[in-house]
Design a protein around this ligand. Structure first.
Ligand SMILES: [Zn+2]
Length: 71
């Protein structure tokens, strides 16, 4: 019975990556793909939804303060 190595898809280029101890960059296929994904995070391509909502709620707070002063 042959043992087939477990593989995962590289998150950057979707190439199958062998999930083994000597694959240092798993789940990425290579150092390059790992750095590309890291760069995408730093660029803001992977957006965290929570940060935008925080900015909106600040705006709402300022508006309600304005209304209170006028009354
Ligand atoms: Zn890749």
């Amino acid at each position: 019975m042959p043992t087939t190595p477990a593989t995962v898809s590289c998150p950057t280029c979707n190439r199958p990556v062998e999930w083994s101890r000597h694959q240092h960059y798993r789940p990425f296929c290579s150092r390059r793909c790992k750095l590309i994904d890291l760069g995408a995070w730093l660029d803001g391509s992977h957006r965290i939804p929570g940060s935008e909502l925080a900015g909106e709620s600040n705006g709402i707070d300022e508006d309600s303060n304005d209304a209170a002063e006028r009354q």
